[in-house]
Structures are given as structure tokens and as C-alpha cells.
Ligand binder design. Structure first.
Ligand code: PEP
Ligand code: MN
Length: 352
């Protein structure tokens, strides 16, 4: 149930509603919103009676939420959630592009990638330091050393950084470095991890599981939000189908459907979605045309030498061309790209 307070409800009236919810043995969640205060109720097995709440002072309405995902649904919050990463705004009118290598490999590689993606207009640098690989014999990432290199790239370029969080043990370490923590497809239903991330106050990029339905993705997001972290970005990264010509099948349907069902920002990962370098741009264009709020793209200075996902990684030039194409699609649908700011990340010392 969602309890909508009157525009001028006092804090005492809001507290009284929360107290009543707690006294019934349920959980009250404040739903951040620009227009009015709303309180979500969870934990009830059966439907609540709206009358129990409507009679309370300051309450405008009490409405049933029909979807199983409550706090992330549009029913509970009509306006888009805006996730802010410094000056970068996700979920607003501008399209945000995150780009960089699949894995952080060396200082030279990550700095070269960072400079190239920034030049082409990306505002967030991606790079895995903890890699969940299918084979235990493949490159597992540089771990904390990789995080340090990402932080160095941020310092040098001013780009924000997104990196994968693989397990609960490393949450505080990764959170110390990252601006956005990425939950990989293989961890989408790692509920202990999701709950732990719900206690952070940092944005979480939640990727759709390889065989997850949209409902399961939204329920996974609900795990994070119900613990108090409202800054969740959903990511469509392709699902497993019977098709073998491509690595995955990017479910373009997911974009408008998620946008309609949820107020959370939605981005598309065309690199993992198709898995073939020569087709990444086409799928990136399709994602933006379908209404995605952003993209995450794998870019490597030397894609053929990449330690992971080289076959789907773009060179700097290929990425620059993708950005031009995406810009064209964005303007056709009345949106624009948030592009890299020119100011240096670290203020230059004044001379004299
Ligand atoms: C990645 O972003 O490099 C990655 C491992 O993605 P996914 O979890 O979507 O497979
Ligand atoms: Mn990858």
C-alpha cells in the first residue's frame, strides 16, 4: 500500500502515519519525491484496508499497489528517479554514456582508455577489477590494484567510475573507490549482496541476469531499495535465447517496458547484448531510440589484446563514431548527450 500525504502535511502527521504502520507490524518506507511525501508499506501478507489510513490527519490517499515490486514501481512514484553521480544526472532528459575496458589491465591501458572515451564524450569510465569469469582459469581482475588504477584515471580525467562488486566481502573496499557499484548479471539474484548494497548511499548499477525475467530484475532492485538505497540504475545487457550467432539477445522490449513499470533509470549494454564488435553501434542506436537513459560500452585501446571481452570491445575511434551516431538518434527523439566536461579534474595550481 502507498500512503500519499497532503501537500502541507506536518512532520508530526507523517510520523504518526509511520508509527501506525510500525504498530501493525509492517515496515514504512519514505518515498523521495519532489511533489509530495509518500510512504510505502511493506511486510503485510494480506491487502491492507485503505480506510485505516485515510482517516489519519494529513493523509490525502491510500492506494493499493498491484505489482509485486512495490517501491521501484511507477504506481508508487510517478516521476522518474534521478540518480546523481556528482554533476552527472541519470534518469533526466540527457543521455549518459559510460565506457571503458571490460577489465582494468595496466595503468597505461586504463589511462589510454579513459582519455579516449572522455574525448568522445563519455562521462563515466567503466572497468572491472573483480571479474566474475565463467572459467576459474581466466583473468580474474587486478582486484584492489585495479580499483587504485581506476581512481587514478578519475583523478587525471575527471570521469566518474563504475566498477563491478562481486561479493559481500569486498563491498566496503569497492565502495571506497567507486562512484557507482555494478552488480553483474551473474549476481543479480545474490540476495545477501543486494541487501548489503541497500545499506550504502551510493548508486548501484543492476544488470539483468542471463535468464532473468523483467519481474525478477525489478524484484532484485526492490531488495536494494527496500533496505533504503534508492539510487538504482537498471541495465538491459542481453539474455540467453536459442540464438547462437550472437553472444546474447539484447531484449529491446525491456527498455520501454521497464520505463513504464518503474521510475528507475534504464540503460543498455550493447557490448554484452550482442557480443560482436561490428554490431555494437547498431544496438547502441536501437537502445537510445527505444528510450534508454544511457549506455555502457566496452572500449579498449587495443581490443585484440584485451584480457577479457576483446571481441566485443571497440577501439577509441570506433567508439567516437558510435557516439556521433548516438547523438543523431538522441536529437531525433528530442534528447541530447551529457558530454564530458572540459574542466580539469584537479584544479591547476595558480602560477605566481
Ligand atoms: C561486464 O560488464 O564486463 C560484465 C561482466 O557484464 P555482465 O555481468 O552483464 O556479464
Ligand atoms: Mn565484459
Amino acid at each position: 500500500m502507498l500512503i500519499v500525504m497532503k501537500p502541507h502535511a506536518t512532520s508530526e502527521e507523517i510520523d504518526a502515519v509511520k508509527k501506525k504502520i510500525h504498530s501493525m507490524g509492517f515496515t514504512a518506507h519514505s518515498i523521495p519525491g519532489a511533489q509530495r511525501v509518500a510512504i510505502g508499506v511493506t511486510g503485510n501478507k494480506e491487502a491492507l484496508e485503505a480506510e485505516d489510513f485515510i482517516i489519519l490527519p494529513g493523509v490525502a490517499d491510500a492506494v493499493r499497489v498491484s505489482q509485486p515490486f512495490k517501491l521501484v514501481s511507477r504506481e508508487v512514484k510517478e516521476e522518474n528517479t534521478i540518480v546523481k553521480v556528482g554533476e552527472v544526472v541519470l534518469g533526466g532528459p540527457q543521455i549518459v554514456v559510460m565506457a571503458g575496458p571490460c577489465s582494468v589491465e595496466t595503468e597505461e591501458q586504463i589511462l589510454e582508455a579513459a582519455v579516449a572515451v572522455k574525448k568522445a564524450g563519455a562521462v563515466i569510465l567503466r572497468g572491472g577489477a573483480f571479474k566474475p569469469r565463467t572459467s576459474p582459469y581466466e583473468f580474474q581482475g587486478l582486484r584492489e590494484e585495479g580499483l587504485k588504477l581506476l581512481a587514478l584515471a578519475r583523478e587525471k580525467t575527471g570521469l566518474k567510475i563504475v566498477t563491478e562488486i562481486k561479493d559481500t566481502e569486498t563491498v566496503s573496499m569497492v565502495a571506497d573507490y567507486a562512484d557507482i557499484l555494478q552488480v553483474g548479471a551473474r549476481n543479480m539474484q545474490n540476495f545477501s549482496l543486494l541487501e548489503r548494497l541497500g545499506t550504502l548511499r551510493k548508486p548501484i548499477l543492476l544488470k539483468r541476469g542471463l535468464s532473468a525475467t523483467l519481474k525478477e530484475l525489478l524484484m532484485a532492485a526492490e531488495y536494494i531499495v527496500s533496505k533504503g538505497n534508492h539510487q538504482v540504475i537498471l541495465c538491459e545487457r542481453g539474455i540467453r535465447t536459442f540464438e547462437t550467432m550472437t553472444r546474447n539477445t539484447l531484449d529491446i522490449n525491456a527498455v520501454p517496458v521497464l520505463k513504464a513499470l518503474s521510475h528507475l533509470p534504464v540503460i543498455v549494454d550493447p557490448s554484452h547484448g550482442i557480443g560482436l564488435r561490428q554490431h555494437v553501434s547498431a544496438i547502441a542506436r536501437a537502445g537510445i531510440a527505444a528510450g534508454a537513459d544511457g549506455l555502457i560500452i566496452e572500449v579498449h585501446p587495443h581490443p585484440d589484446q584485451a584480457l577479457s571481452d576483446g571481441h566485443q570491445s571497440l577501439s577509441g575511434e570506433q567508439f567516437a563514431s558510435l557516439m556521433q551516431q548516438v547523438q543523431g538518434i538522441a536529437s531525433a527523439i528530442g534528447r541530447s548527450l551529457d558530454s564530458a566536461r572540459d574542466e580539469p579534474a584537479v584544479p591547476r595550481p595558480r602560477s605566481g
